[in-house]
Design a binder for this molecule. Sequence first.
Ligand SMILES: *Cc1c(COP(=O)(O)O)cnc(C)c1O
Length: 367
Amino acid sequence: MKSQNLSLFESFPALGYKLPHVSLASLPTPVQKLNDIIEGSTNQVYIKRDDLSGEVYGGNKIRKLEFLLGDALKKNYKAVMTAGADGSNHCLATAIYAKKVGLKSISMLRSQLNARYARKNLLLSKYYNVEFHHYKNKHTWTWGIKFQRLLHGLKTGKMPYFIPIGGSSPLGGLGFVNAAFELKEQIDNGEIPEPDYLYVASGTLGTAAGLTIGLKALGLKTKVVSVRVNDVSRINMELMLRYLEDVQNILNSVDDTFPKISYSEDDVFFNHDFFGPRYGEFTPEGMAAVNLLDEKYGIRLDGTYTGKAFAALLHDLSHVHRDKIVLFWNTLNSRDFSDIISKIDYRTLPEPFHIYFESEVQPLDKA
Ligand SMILES: *Cc1c(COP(=O)(O)O)cnc(C)c1O
C-alpha cells in the first residue's frame, strides 16, 4: 500500500523513508470555527474534526494505526492483538483497519459500564470478524493477554503483533506528531489562527503527547491541555514525561535533523477536574457539554471521552480565558455505521457480551 505524504514527512523526508507507515486516514481533517458557543465570550473557539479522519470509522486511533499497522506489515506479522474495555473505540478501529490491510485482529476486552456506544462497537467488531476474548476484571485480563499471546504463537508459529491499550506506544504517538504538523499547515493557510490552548481528552496519553511534541518542534505557542478521562495511574506527569522522551528518541534516532527537545513539567498541562467517579461513567457536566455542541452545531460528542474534555473547555472559557484562541480536538468517530450493524444479531457475539444488550445502559446515556 502506498504511503501518502504526511505533513511530517514533507518537513522531514528521512522520517518518511525510514519510519513504518501505511496510509489509512483521510487527511487533513477540517478545522471549523464555533461561533458563539458561549454568548458574549471574548475567546475564539475552533474544533479539529478528527471525527472525519476515516472513511469507515474516524476518530483519533486511525492516526496511530497508520504507524502501528505499518510496523506490523513491515515485520511480516499476520495478526495483531490489542486490548481495552468491552466497548473500546481503539479495539474497534484496530479491527477495522487491520482487516483493511489484510491482518487478523484479536481483541482482549474487559468489563465496563454499559452504554449504547459499547453495544454498537461490539456489533461492528463482530462484522469485521474480530477474535474476541472477554475478562471480568483487571487481574484475569492481564493474565489472559499474556496467555492468549503465547497460545496464538504456539498455534500459528508467530506471536501476534501487540498494540498496547489506546494504541499509545511511542510509535503510535507519531501519528499525533504528524497531526501537529498538519495543524501548522492549516495555520499557515489562514484556516485558523495559532491557538493559545488545545483541549483534548486524554485516556492513554498518546494523542496529547504526540501533539505536545509536534507543536514544540514547530515552535508554536499552543499549550496542550490533557483532560483526564482515565485513572490517574494511566494519566500522570511521570508517565507523560517518560512517554514524551520515548517518542522524541524515535524521531531523533531516525532523523538527526529533527529538533532535539527535552521536556519538563512546564510543558505538560493536565485537567483532572472532569473525570467523574470512574472511566466510562458519564457525568452531568460532560453530558451538558455533549448537548450544547449537538444543539448548536450538530456535532455529537460522547460521555466517556470528548464530553468530559469539552466540559473542561467550556468551564475554562467562562472562568479562566480571555481573548484567547482555543482549539478543541475532536477525537471521537462520527461516521454512521448503524446500517451495517442493524443486520447483526447480538446473540452471535460471545455469550459474556450479551449482558450489554440485555441490561439497561447507565442513567445519563439517554437517546
Ligand atoms: C481513545 C480515545 C481518546 C483518548 O486518546 P489517548 O490517545 O488514548 O489519550 C479520546 N477520545 C476518544 C473518543 C477515544 O476513543
